[in-house]
Ligand binder design. Structure first.
Ligand SMILES: NC(=O)c1ccc[n+]([C@@H]2O[C@H](COP(=O)([O-])OP(=O)(O)OC[C@H]3O[C@@H](n4cnc5c(N)ncnc54)[C@H](O)[C@@H]3O)[C@@H](O)[C@H]2O)c1
Length: 253
C-alpha cells in the first residue's frame, strides 16, 4: 500500500484503545499500515482488540497504563519505544465522561476529569514529542476533545468540558512549540457515539441540547476514526492547530 493515507512503518499510540471510539481508531490506523500500541488500563480489553487485529494480519500490541499516574505514562512510552520504536503518531483518546451538576460539584471530580482528560495528554505529548524529536522524522499528535465544546452539551459536564477545553488549548500551545520539529498537533471533536463509556456514564439525567438527534444520526467509532486518520496521514503534513468536528450534523439541527 502507498499513497496519501499510507502509514506503513509508522508506530501509533492510541490511548483508551480497549473500548468504544478508541477501538475504531486502532483498527483504522492499523488498516492504514501502522503498528498500533493499544494503551489502556484495561489490559485484557486492549489485548483482545490487538489480538483480533493480529489475527487479520494487522499490527497491534497491548500496553497497560494508568493515565492518572505520571510514572505509568513515562514507563509505558519507554516500553513502546523499546519494543516497537518511538511513536510517530499519538492519539490522546482516553477519557472519562461521568456527569455531576455544577451546584453539586466537587473538587475531586474536577481533579479526576482533568487528570485523565487533560493532564495525561500533556504528559503523553511531552514524552512522545521527545521521542519524535530524537527520531528526527516529525510526528503527529491528535487530541480527542468533544463537540460539547461547540454547544452540543448536556447538564453535568462542568468538569468534563473544563478538561476538554484545556485539552483543546493544549493543541494550540503544543502546535506552536512542536512545529519547528515537523510535528503537527490537531483536535478532533466527536459527536455522540453509543460507546460503553457514554452509555455507562454516571450522573444525573442527561438534559440539554445534546439530547436532540443529530441530522445524520448517531456516529460510529469509525466516523470519528476517519478524522483521526486524516490528521495522522502523510497528506496532512501542513495541517496543524486545526479542529475537525464529526458531529453528524448536530450543529445544524
Ligand atoms: N462517546 C461519545 O459520545 C463521545 C462524545 C464526545 C467525546 N468523546 C470522547 O471520546 C473519547 C473516547 O470515548 P469513548 O466513548 O470511546 O469512551 P469509553 O469509556 O468507551 O472508552 C474509554 C477508554 O479509556 C480507558 N481509560 C479511561 N480512563 C483511563 C485511565 N485512567 N488510564 C487508562 N485508560 C483509561 C477506558 O478503560 C476505556 O477503554 C473520550 O475522550 C471521550 O471524552 C466521546
Amino acid at each position: 500500500m502507498s499513497g496519501p493515507f499510507d502509514l506503513t512503518g509508522r508506530v501509533a499510540l492510541v490511548t483508551g484503545g480497549a473500548s468504544g471510539i478508541g477501538v475504531g481508531m486502532v483498527r483504522m490506523l492499523a488498516e492504514a499500515g501502522a503498528t498500533v500500541a493499544v494503551a489502556d488500563r484495561d489490559y485484557g480489553g486492549a489485548e483482545r482488540v490487538a489480538a483480533g487485529l493480529r489475527a487479520e494480519g494487522l499490527q497491534a500490541h497491548a500496553f497497560a497504563v494508568e493515565l492518572a499516574d505520571e510514572a505509568s505514562i513515562v514507563e509505558m512510552v519507554a516500553a513502546i519505544t523499546g519494543w516497537l520504536g518511538a511513536p510517530w503518531i499519538l492519539v490522546n483518546n482516553a477519557g472519562v465522561q461521568d456527569r455531576q451538576l455544577l451546584l453539586e460539584g466537587t473538587a475531586e471530580e474536577w481533579d479526576r476529569n482533568n487528570a485523565i482528560n487533560a493532564r495525561a495528554p500533556f504528559l503523553l505529548t511531552r514524552e512522545c514529542a521527545r521521542g519524535m524529536i530524537a527520531s528526527g522524522n516529525g510526528g503527529r499528535i491528535i487530541n480527542v476533545a468533544s463537540c460539547s465544546l461547540r454547544g452540543q452539551a448536556i447538564k453535568g459536564l462542568a468538569s468534563y468540558m473544563g478538561s476538554k477545553g484545556a485539552l483543546a488549548a493544549l493543541t494550540k500551545a503544543s502546535a506552536l512549540e512542536l512545529a519547528e520539529h515537523g510535528i503537527t498537533v490537531n483536535t478532533v471533536l466527536p459527536g455522540g457515539v453509543a460507546s460503553p463509556g457514554a452509555i455507562n456514564a454516571k450522573g444525573p439525567e442527561a438534559v440539554g441540547p445534546a439530547r436532540r438527534m443529530p441530522a445524520l444520526g448517531m456516529c460510529e467509532p469509525s466516523d470519528i476514526a476517519g478524522a483521526v486518520l486524516y490528521f495522522a496521514a502523510p497528506i496532512a503534513r501542513y495541517c496543524t492547530n486545526q479542529t475537525i468536528c464529526v458531529d453528524a450534523g448536530w450543529s445544524v439541527t
